[in-house]
Design a protein around this ligand. Structure first.
Ligand SMILES: NC(=O)c1ccc[n+]([C@@H]2O[C@H](COP(=O)([O-])OP(=O)(O)OC[C@H]3O[C@@H](n4cnc5c(N)ncnc54)[C@H](O)[C@@H]3O)[C@@H](O)[C@H]2O)c1
Length: 273
């Protein structure tokens, strides 16, 4: 029960089978009260219903957790909604101790020449700017509370290496590396740590979409694509949502009190740096 007495917010945690759900469940199983937050419904062309978490899904996830949990619909592209989410954690559950920027989009992937300015902005707005809004809102309230805190971004292997058809995604995730390096310097004296977790491929709903996209790009079956992927990974398999959740739980725990500004790979050895 490492997180008994703590309150955690996980953005983008309202999609069943996603990394956010797994992270929220792990923190809850170890005692944290949770705010399950997601966009809740399509807002524009960049957020198609098939790729995002809906309100009912969010509520189902919250209801299935072992500790007190609430839901809060928040589009991380809007700083006012992100600030309201942070306030909700405090007014509903009593404090804000852990903030996980998990919301992300990885389904706008196109060859370089076909990426429109709107495509580029859509990815950067959620993956990088949305994480910045979350970090800023969480840090402000954690500083006011005066008892430290933990902020974790779900970056990616794409924070360390390049991938075809993913210029905006890769740039957004590399941007998170700079964000934690800089924010950790300012937040260290407040007892707040800021880190990234960098998973390689995990077969969530988003991961499945990416498997199909890259298999088609290479002209091979999804089965063959997954076989080749496993062959590149020293541990011999793609990541599981629990692998990422374990890393997040560690970084949110007291054992990680002296770790900040880091971007930790969870890649079965695939990503060496
Ligand atoms: N699955 C992988 O292979 C993998 C690998 C590395 C990193 N990641 C990262 O992990 C995170 C979770 O991905 P996932 O695989 O669980 O996918 P997912 O699609 O299940 O989760 C992403 C969540 O973000 C939400 N979201 C999208 N736009 C939003 C917005 N504007 N405001 C609030 N929420 C929004 C979606 O509704 C969804 O619930 C993402 O940041 C992704 O980039 C995933």
């Amino acid at each position: 029960m490492r997180f008994a007495g703590k309150v955690a917010v996980v953005t983008g945690s309202g999609r069943k089978g996603g990394l956010g759900e797994s992270i929220a469940r792990r923190l809850s199983e170890e005692g944290a009260k949770l705010v399950i937050s997601d966009i809740g419904g399509s807002r524009d062309a960049a957020t198609p219903d098939a790729m995002i978490g809906g309100t009912a899904e969010m509520q189902d996830i919250a209801a299935s957790l072992p500790t007190q949990a609430s839901t809060f619909a928040c589009d991380v592209r809007d700083p006012a909604q992100v600030a309201a989410l942070a306030d909700h954690a405090i007014t509903t559950h009593g404090s804000l101790d852990i903030w996980v920027n998990n919301a992300g989009i990885g389904y706008i992937m196109k060859p370089l020449g076909e990426v429109s300015p709107d495509d580029w902005r859509a990815v950067i707005d959620v993956n990088l700017t949305g994480a910045w809004f979350g970090l800023q809102a969480a840090a402000e309230r954690m500083i006011k509370q005066g008892r430290g805190g933990r902020i974790v971004n779900i970056a990616s292997q794409a924070a360390k290496s390049g991938f075809p058809h993913a210029q905006a995604y890769t740039a957004s995730k590399h941007g998170l590396v700079g964000l934690v390096r800089s924010a950790s310097i300012e937040l260290g004296p407040e007892g707040i740590t800021v880190n990234n977790v960098c998973p390689n491929h995990v077969t969530t709903g988003l991961g499945k979409w990416q498997n199909e996209h890259f298999a088609e790009l290479q002209g091979i079956s999804v089965e063959e694509y997954l076989k080749r992927m496993a062959g590149r990974i020293p541990m011999g398999r793609p990541g599981l949502p629990q692998d990422t959740a374990s890393a997040v739980a560690f970084l949110c725990s007291d054992e990680a009190a002296y770790i900040t500004g880091e971007s930790m790979n969870v890649s079965g050895g695939e990503e060496p740096h």
